[in-house]
Design a protein around this ligand. Structure first.
Ligand SMILES: Cc1cc2nc3c(=O)[nH]c(=O)nc-3n(C[C@H](O)[C@H](O)[C@H](O)COP(=O)(O)O)c2cc1C
Length: 159
């Protein structure tokens, strides 16, 4: 159970900087630029060598990533909206374009370049993804207000 408020903090994504990461064919991060590391709240060293799902946010429906992988494995470009989880538990929204890196006509890696999205778009996509998760995975996102003593009881049960 996440009992910290950190998860409600949104990080603003800069308008005028490229936000880039690259992975090998299995999704392990091979490169991040400083902007990507900054937004994620990690040092570049902490990201390189890790699977990209390190920053997966629990609000993301599984089918979005199934679709991403099917698309890029065919050699096509995937475009979509992604909510990522920061190291501190917060989040940020981006529009991502994921594609294959070609060197001398040979596929070498995958890369993702991201850009910020509007507040209205983030709300629209949050609703869409909430509905997708409810339908596809049977999970519902809830925000709960409970008395402190009940919270302590719940925490004690977890330990
Ligand atoms: C180039 C590239 C960039 C990716 N960027 C992200 C990302 O920013 N956030 C994310 O959650 N998944 C990203 N993914 C997808 C992850 O590899 C992974 O499929 C996803 O986090 C879901 O995790 P799972 O496949 O273990 O369920 C990216 C994949 C590739 C190939």
């Amino acid at each position: 159970m996440q009992t910290s408020f950190d998860m409600f903090y949104e990080t603003e994504v800069p308008e005028d900087e490229l936000i880039v990461s690259r992975t090998d064919f299995t999704g392990k991060i091979t490169y991040v630029n400083n902007t990507f590391a900054d937004i994620s709240g990690y040092e570049p060293d902490e990201l390189i060598g890790q699977h990209h799902n390190l920053i997966r946010h629990p609000d993301m429906p599984k089918s979005t990533f199934t679709n991403l992988w099917e698309t890029i494995k065919k050699g096509d470009v995937w475009n979509g909206y992604v909510k990522n989880r920061r190291k501190d538990g917060g989040y940020y929204w981006v529009h991502a374009r994921v594609s294959t890196v070609m060197k001398d006509g040979v596929a070498t890696e995958y890369k993702s370049v991201r850009e910020p999205i509007s507040r209205e778009k983030a709300i629209e996509i949050q609703n869409l993804y909430d509905n997708m998760r409810t339908q596809e995975e049977g999970t519902t996102r809830v925000v709960l207000y409970i008395k402190n003593d009940k919270l302590e009881e719940a925490k004690a049960l977890e330990e």
